[in-house]
Design a protein around this ligand. Sequence first.
Ligand SMILES: *Cc1c(COP(=O)(O)O)cnc(C)c1O
Length: 390
Amino acid sequence: MFSELIKQIRTLYPGREAISLHEPLFAGREKEYTTQAIDSTFVSSVGAFVERFEQDICAFTGADYAVATVTGTAALHAALLAMGVRPEDEVLTQPLSFVATANAINYCGARPIFLDVERDTLGLSPAALEDFLTTHTICRDNTCYNRATQRRIAACVPMHTFGHPVRIEEVVAICRRHHIAVVEDAAEALGSKYRGRHCGTFGDLGIYSFNGNKTITCGGGGMVVGHDKKLTDRVRHLTTTAKIPHPWQYRHDQAGYNYRMPNLNAALGCAQLEMLPAFLADKRELAAEYEKILVAVPALEFIREPAEARSNYWLNALLTSDREQRDRLLAACHKEKIFCRPAWDLLNTLPMYNDCQTDNLTTANWLADRLINLPSSVRQLNRQRTPEAV
Ligand SMILES: *Cc1c(COP(=O)(O)O)cnc(C)c1O
């Protein structure tokens, strides 16, 4: 029943038997830079590539300061700690996200509250946020408290789903009015923009991930970005075991974390970042081709970038008409070794978060039943692997 569609998807990745969801591409100076890192003997968390990668990310995104970390999850954890999220606090976020978003909140000893997402952005709904804050919270001494639990609402973590920008300016404005810090989970959104400005740079702090399946990769890695040096210095301190800088003395002023990115990974990151503009152009072209294919299939809807946004199209996505059709399409694709996947199970349904407060989550549930991610690797991969190509 989906055989024509599957044939069309195959044309996007010619010569590939199995088509994975997202694989990395190393076509730049990755070997050169990692060899330099090895030759320098600085392979661990001190080294020239770590600083260079941080500066390069600042130059690319327009952030003023950046701190490289071992993973995106560690970046999110450290960012939340730096914003003062403490045990017993509550943090607003969306249920349609990768588990790391809620886990990082959990690592702080805080509890997530899951609010609904929007149909067009797939991210946290400003209307749902405003509605929750108006109905369920009270402000005392410039601090927002949950009426039901009397706990402080310390932060909000909006996430740019699959690289599609959240209405982030609206989210930040609402949070400011309610004295709530914003940590932007831009793990999937490096290169995405909202109203001409890079995702990750709107919140008090933002984070990126460079895991193997993200748009560019360090093997594993993350980055915290921000505009306030005091905040990013706090992140740096927390991620370097809270060691007080000193030529020989080893003194730590709190229980910090060993979260800094090794130089070897940063070397890979520097080389990948050089490729990012080409990757983004390639991904945009692929998205346009998917859109053209899916226009011809009335039952399916391709997810376009939202208004006023430029998406990096990290993972292309479509909507089926219901859950049953979604599962039929997934089964048909997997049978043909096209490794599509559904959206994550909503975070509020996972055993460790199923007692967390939520709003009605109408749109999140509706989307979760219908979303499918499509293979979205950069396609120079195929061109390069085709022997006859020069
Ligand atoms: C990838 C990702 C992270 C961080 O993941 P790491 O694998 O730890 O780098 C965080 N949030 C979201 C939404 C992600 O997709």
